[in-house]
Design a protein around this ligand. Sequence first.
Ligand SMILES: C[S@@+](CC[C@H](N)C(=O)[O-])C[C@H]1O[C@@H](n2cnc3c(N)ncnc32)[C@H](O)[C@@H]1O
Length: 195
Amino acid sequence: MGKNPWFDKWAQKAKQKGYPARSVFKLEDIQQKFRLIKKGMFVLDLGSAPGSWSKYACRLVGKEGKVVGVDLQDVKVNAENFFFLKKDAFELDSEDFKKLGVEKFDVILSDMAPKTTGEAFVDHMRSVKLVYQALNIAKKHLKSGGHFVAKIFDGSKLSEVKKDIAKEFKSVKLFKPKASRKESKETFIIAMHKK
Ligand SMILES: C[S@@+](CC[C@H](N)C(=O)[O-])C[C@H]1O[C@@H](n2cnc3c(N)ncnc32)[C@H](O)[C@@H]1O
């Protein structure tokens, strides 16, 4: 990985801007195109380690907003408006959010990714499972009118997943950020305005 000049360019750029990973540029691309996150909002960031998306979201929501990160692994974010739950997204419950003074979120992001096997179909199905879990969380904890973003590894179930998400939102689009690696099989589902 370290020898890939493309990877190094983005990773270095992220470090210079104070972010732990180059994935921040994917959320930046999404934000520039769809303008989902605004000052004062409450944002839930599922699969937040090492913390680039959360850090960027903290900057966007400002002091009046809150960002709650969830991950199995530790997150490197030091911000007053950041709260972290070291948990499996399948084990989250309402009490976790209530303790942080949040009942519903304005935006729910999921950059969760399964451990990859190299078997495209297996990786796709594992990723689909994570997207459905993020959707379940959004059904319960996203405000009406709120927005949902989920990463999915491309595969045969993508259109079915998109249809299921479309039942809950007024608009659903697929987006490939410029900052994703060229060979990357990931797509972001951008679901806006929860019904
Ligand atoms: C691509 S990384 C996220 C990068 C992050 N958006 C950033 O900008 O730093 C994917 C993350 O999903 C997390 N993840 C995978 N399955 C999860 C689960 N069931 N619950 C919580 N986090 C999970 C992994 O631990 C990993 O840290």
